[in-house]
Design a binder for this molecule. Sequence first.
Ligand SMILES: *Cc1c(COP(=O)(O)O)cnc(C)c1O
Length: 296
Amino acid sequence: MNLNINDLPIQKLHSLSKNGIETSILRLDLVHPIISGNKWFKLKYYIEEAIKYKKQGIASFGGAYSNHIVALAFACNQKGLKSVGFIRGEKPKQLSPTLIAAVSFGMKLHFISREMYRNKNNLINEYNIPNWLLVNEGGYGLLGAEGAATITELFQQNNFSTILCSVGTGTMIAGIIKRADEHQQIIGISALKNNFSIQNEINALLTETDKKINYLINHDYHFGGYAKYTDVLINFMNNIWITENLPTDIVYTGKLLFATTELININYFKPKSHLLIIHSGGLQGNSSLSNGQLLF
Ligand SMILES: *Cc1c(COP(=O)(O)O)cnc(C)c1O
């Protein structure tokens, strides 16, 4: 199975190019149907690290629909590393499509209670996994941010005044900020509700020079919280599929596109702005929906 990394299109969004604004989207979702675009980039230096230090494999954490878990399973499988996923919650009668995919890539799953999940360090002793590289949930960390920074090699910085992306752990946006030009604005749309401490978590990945970049996190488009959604969001996602032939997901990119559309409609951006939206992938997250809600 191959990943399509070098040939990712930047698609102009006609319905979002108005009020003197031009809007395009970088299609990281086309990296792979299951391996979420940004997760692949965030993992690449962790994989190198595991190989360099001759680790047996990589262990990490996530929920039953985690894009990070399935991307990790795939990446380790490709590089001949073992992988372990600590999954939050009881083992369900039927595994989610995400976890079925992770197992098919050779990942060993351990289901752990929410309480144990909070004490991640105990797990490492309990499951006796020395000589494993442990990666934070979502790939959060400096190596993750450096990997995400390489996303910027896929476009010409000076073509865009504003870059917008979704924010979960903040690792991807930290990487984008690291490579941004001083004239650019970077806007992150938080996928979590009232997650104001994200600011500190992002800053922890930035140098003093990085922090001079003009960036902000918007907290207005969580639609009730992480992985929550409403009919309004689903209708919007169906609409953007019909008008732009653009698939989005309910956790991250649907909310990102919704936010961008609304900000354009209220003239938030200066005329002549050139926006680049990062489509970070995550379409496999839609597998938690019942059939028929989405047109794609
Ligand atoms: C994980 C994920 C994000 C969030 O990235 P962070 O680096 O955790 O902020 C955004 N979009 C998609 C599709 C993801 O899978």
